[in-house]
Design a protein. Structure first.
Length: 494
């Protein structure tokens, strides 16, 4: 049964299991939380017969906002609406079941292709008597009605649509969900993730993640491993405590580690604030025609240097091609390794710099299929080097896959399928030259491994279909039979 130790102090052998994608039938022995043997054929001592299913290393989501993902499962889903008016109509229909005065919160709108413009007046007309707070799919914009603006101290805002810094400040000003409620939602979301083969997440939630995960784990360790990111406002506190990336936080059952330092260079594609070398169509004459630079280059270098010197890995958000060049320049100036989060649009000259500098490309393949239309509009003529995973691999870059949940669902198989097939809706592949092989996609989803090795932590997933034989639909909906974390079943039929 889920949560039951697979081994205790004794060994457990998984028999008649396919060893990795396309691999031979064999056996895997687990003891004391680690893989101790992997062999073709049978190992002595019998074991659990898995009837030819495939065993893979446990999957990681290398970029998620876990508390936001957990909370959004309790919010109005706005992802399917194609205009500001349609979103307003959805808000009109929602509050009937809410207590008087309670905030209407929604998430998932994408205004990059809308024919109309979000404005507080639209929301005031449909919901004048309670706050409305609507968060964009990319988390870089929030749309509020007048009552919502008053709630966050921005009652004089002209339009009600806040982007980038204004958005983040407004989100921090919102009344917080009680910690006990949020922690319960997070625990439920992590348990549900194990049903998709997830054994770890890198959490970039906009909070004091170290404190939050320490609190949550005091009652019960999470169902997945967590690397808890640090934000600049908490950097000095982390340094004072002697934290380094990879350190295990005490009292977390060994499951929560200090993660990287999250920094921003720019905004996002859908908000047209990703910093680019070329102007955005239709924004000519505006201050942000090339997008928005969120951190000056000198400050970026200072923060990267400060973190790296203290053993904290920098993870730099960069989406536009100009932003990625600045982020790589900062890593080169400091001479340290690190990560670039998203790396959505790149110049040809920057492709090989990831491998040369030892910078991981932490990417979210589901964005390539979700955002293909908005990219074709706002990055017209440049999309051959957008979400360019094949080119990055050919240049020797290390890829790690994530979801950016709640931007995309916390389900690694959606990202794997998007990277392999470059479509999710029946249309032909978008830039098929950037498709990557299944093995490469699995490797990017499992911390750099595609098969189990002796000595590995016993974090694994057993699937009913061999990924190499799976069509696009099966890969997206991959049937997961069981998930193990450190020798303990976290999901499965037992």
């Amino acid at each position: 049964m889920p949560g039951r130790p697979a081994d205790g102090l004794d060994a457990l052998t998984l028999t008649r299991v396919r060893l990795g994608p396309g691999g031979p039938l064999g056996s895997v022995r687990v003891a004391e939380g680690r893989v101790v043997a992997v062999a073709e054929g049978e190992l002595d001592g019998g074991g659990l017969d898995l009837d030819g299913r495939t065993v893979l290393p446990g999957l990681w989501d290398a970029h998620a906002h876990v508390a936001q993902w957990a909370g959004n499962r309790h919010r109005v889903d706005l992802s399917g609406h194609a205009s500001a008016r349609a979103v307003a109509d959805a808000v009109r229909a929602h509050p009937s079941g809410l207590p008087a005065g309670e905030t209407v919160t929604g998430q998932g709108f994408r205004d990059g292709m809308w024919p109309d413009v979000p404005h507080k007046a639209l929301l005031d007309a449909v919901c004048p008597d309670r706050p409305v707070v609507l968060i964009s799919a990319d988390l870089h914009a929030v749309w509020l009605n007048s009552a919502g603006l008053a709630l966050v101290g921005r009652g004089d805002h002209a339009t009600g649509l806040l982007r980038e810094h204004e958005c983040f400040e407004a989100m921090r000003a919102l009344p917080e969900v009680p910690a006990k409620v949020q922690d319960r939602w997070v625990a439920e979301a992590c348990r549900d993730a194990t049903a998709r083969g997830v054994t770890g997440v890198v959490d970039f939630h906009f909070s004091d993640n170290i404190a939050d995960w320490s609190r949550r784990s005091a009652h019960r360790p999470p169902a997945v491993r967590v690397r808890a990111a640090v934000y600049p406002r908490h950097l000095e506190g982390a340094i004072e405590r002697g934290y380094r990336t990879g350190d295990v936080l005490p009292g977390t059952g060994g499951r929560v580690q200090v993660g990287p330092l999250k920094l921003f260079t720019d905004g996002s594609l859908n908000t047209r604030t990703a910093l680019c070398c070329d102007p955005y169509p239709g924004l000519e004459g505006t201050r942000e025609v090339y997008g928005s630079q969120e951190t000056s280059y000198d400050e970026l270098v200072r923060l990267v240097r400060r973190a790296a010197a203290q053993g904290i890995e920098p993870a730099v958000h960069a989406i536009g091609d100009r932003a990625n060049s600045l982020a790589l320049d900062a890593f080169a100036a400091v001479g340290c390794r690190g990560r670039i989060e998203h790396a959505q649009l790149l110049t040809a000259a920057d492709m090989p710099r990831f491998a040369e500098l030892g910078v991981t490309a932490s990417v979210q393949p589901a964005h390539a299929t979700d955002d293909r239309d908005v990219a074709d509009r706002h990055w017209a003529g440049r999309t051959g080097r957008a979400f360019a995973y094949a080119d990055l691999l050919a240049a020797g870059a290390r890829l790690e896959f994530g979801s950016d949940a709640p931007v995309s669902p916390l389900d690694p198989w959606l990202g794997i399928a998007a990277a392999v097939h470059r479509t999710n809706d029946g249309r032909p592949a978008w830039h098929p030259e950037q498709r990557i092989p299944v093995r490469a996609a699995l490797t990017a989803s499992a911390g750099g491994r595609c098969a189990l090795r002796p000595g590995d932590p016993a974090d694994l997933v057993i699937v009913d279909a061999d990924p190499l034989d799976a069509d696009a639909h099966t890969l997206r909906e991959m049937p997961v039979h069981a998930t193990m974390l450190g020798g303990t079943w976290t999901y499965g039929p037992w």
